[in-house]
Design a protein around this ligand. Structure first.
Ligand code: GLP
Length: 247
C-alpha cells in the first residue's frame, strides 16, 4: 500500500486528480470507478476545474459508480445519481450514457446486479477505482461482515452507516436501509484503486484498514492485498497510523 498524507482536503483533491488524470491520459476509453459521500468532493471540484480551465477531456471517459440507495428516484436530492450529476457530470463534457450508477429502482435487483457486472466487463474492466471509507471501514456499501469475494448485490445498511448518513436527510427515518453496491470482489478486480479519507472521524478506520488484519470486519482492509492501492489521507485522518507514510 502506498500511503500519502496531505495537509488538507484541497491537497487530497489535487493529488487524487493527478492520479485520475494520469490514468485517463493512458487510455483511449478510460474506465473510472467513482464514489459518493463528502470525501471525494474536492477531487470532483478539481476535475471540473481542470476540465474548464485546462481542457481536460472527458468525452471518451466511461464511469461506473460504486453504489446507490434502493428506492430513491434519480432526481431525489439524496440519490447518488443526483449527487454525481450535480457535483461532477453536469460540469464536464462526459457523455451521459457513459456514466453508470446502479439503478436503485430496478424491478429485478438480482438481474440488474448481474447486468452491472457484465457492463463493467464489456468495457474492459475498471482502470482506476476511487473509494471513500465509512467510519466502520466500509467501502462502497460493503458493510463489516461482507464477503471478501462479493460482486455487485443488494446490502442492508448498518445502524452506524444510517446514523452517519442521516445528516443528509430531513429525518433519520428517511435514510434508505438497502443499497445496491459493487462487491469487494468487484473492487478488487479494478486494476488500480485510490482510497481517500479526511477528518478525525476516519482515523480509526484508516488504522484498521492499513495496519489491522485483513478481515471482513473491516472491508477496506482487503485493499492490503490489492496489486495497486494508493491511499491519500489528510493529517487528521492519519493520526493513528504507525507505519511509514509519504508526505
Ligand atoms: C457512504 C458511501 C461510501 C462512502 C461513505 C463515506 O456510505 N456509500 O462510498 O465512502 O459514505 O462518506 P463520507 O465521505 O461522506 O464520509
Amino acid at each position: 500500500m502506498r500511503i500519502i498524507v496531505v495537509p488538507d482536503k484541497e491537497a487530497m483533491g489535487k493529488r487524487a486528480a493527478d492520479l485520475v488524470q494520469a490514468e485517463m491520459e493512458k487510455h483511449a476509453n478510460p474506465v473510472i470507478g467513482l464514489a459518493t459521500g463528502s470525501t471525494p468532493l474536492p477531487l470532483y471540484q478539481e476535475l471540473v476545474r481542470r476540465h474548464k480551465e485546462e481542457g481536460l477531456d472527458f468525452s471518451t471517459t466511461i464511469t461506473f459508480n460504486l453504489d446507490e440507495y434502493v428506492g430513491l428516484t434519480p432526481d431525489h436530492d439524496q440519490s447518488y445519481r443526483y449527487f454525481m450529476d450535480q457535483n461532477l457530470f453536469n460540469h464536464l463534457n462526459i457523455v451521459k450514457k457513459n456514466t453508470h450508477v446502479p439503478d436503485g429502482l430496478a424491478e429485478d435487483i438480482e438481474a440488474f446486479c448481474e447486468e452491472y457486472e457484465s457492463m463493467i466487463d464489456d468495457c474492459g474492466g475498471i482502470d482506476m477505482q476511487v473509494l471513500g471509507i465509512g467510519s466502520n471501514g466500509h467501502i462502497g456499501f460493503n458493510e463489516p461482515g461482507s464477503s471478501l469475494g462479493s460482486l455487485t448485490r443488494i446490502k442492508t445498511l448498518t445502524d452506524e452507516t444510517i446514523n452517519d448518513n442521516a445528516r443528509f436527510f430531513d429525518k433519520r427515518e428517511d435514510v434508505p436501509t438497502l443499497a445496491i453496491t459493487m462487491g469487494i470482489g468487484t473492487i478488487l478486480h479494478a486494476r488500480k484503486c485510490i482510497l481517500l479519507a479526511s477528518g478525525a472521524n476516519k482515523a480509526a478506520a484508516i488504522k484498521a484498514a492499513c495496519e489491522g488484519p485483513v478481515t471482513a470486519m473491516c472491508p477496506a482492509s482487503i485493499l492490503q492485498i490489492h496489486r495497486y492501492e494508493t491511499l491519500i489521507v489528510t493529517e487528521d485522518a492519519a493520526t493513528e497510523l504507525t507505519i511509514r507514510v509519504e508526505r
